[in-house]
Write a new protein. Structure first.
Length: 186
């Protein structure tokens, strides 16, 4: 929380996304919890996009019930609200604004939030890009949709999509494999 408060001026207009570890239960005296961090970040114009929670079982009942316990902390992902992003970019130099927009779109794509990228394009890019450039980016994002969404509806569609995805993993170059991030849709 102290880091976020100390970077308030940078958060005002220079940052598109935040990945923050938050706690749901107080493990240390006076520790800021998720509600505190979430409230602060939302006031700065960010939306919660994703979280990956970690839970603990209480030791007295560790063997009881199911494996899931109390949610203790999570990695969270926040993106700048599209309307807020538009307000920030419209006051910048055109070249800098375009650079920031393209980087924001890249962050959305890296985390697999193509819908959020499309929303950014819809709200922000119409007055920054030519129609051809806008169309190119929209088509690129549409091409990123899962293969099953691009297949016609027929019996066995899900099975075939899973097979095609598995085959693509088999033929992928080993040097290009990366560990899947805990946050996002990829």
């Amino acid at each position: 929380m102290a880091i976020l408060e100390g970077s308030a001026s940078v958060l005002a207009d220079a940052v598109f996304g935040l990945e923050i570890e938050v706690a749901f239960a107080e493990l240390y005296n006076g520790q800021p919890l998720f509600a505190d961090v979430d409230s602060f970040v939302r006031q700065k114009g960010f939306d919660l996009i994703d979280l990956c929670a970690v839970s603990w079982k209480h030791s007295i009942g560790r063997s009881l019930g199911y494996s899931k316990g109390q949610v203790m902390w999570a990695d969270t992902l926040y993106f700048r609200q599209p309307k807020m992003m538009h307000e920030i970019l419209k006051d910048m130099d055109d070249t800098l604004a375009l650079s920031k927009l393209l980087r924001a779109l890249s962050v959305c794509q890296l985390y697999g939030f193509f819908d959020y990228a499309m929303e950014l394009l819809d709200i922000v890019a119409s007055d920054m890009l030519s129609k051809d450039d806008l169309s190119y980016l929209q088509n690129h994002l549409n091409d990123q949709t899962p293969i099953i969404s691009r297949m016609p509806n027929f019996p066995g569609r899900k099975w075939l999509a899973r097979l095609l995805i598995q085959m693509s993993k088999w033929i992928a170059l080993k040097s290009h494999k990366y560990k899947q991030p805990p946050l996002g849709n990829l």
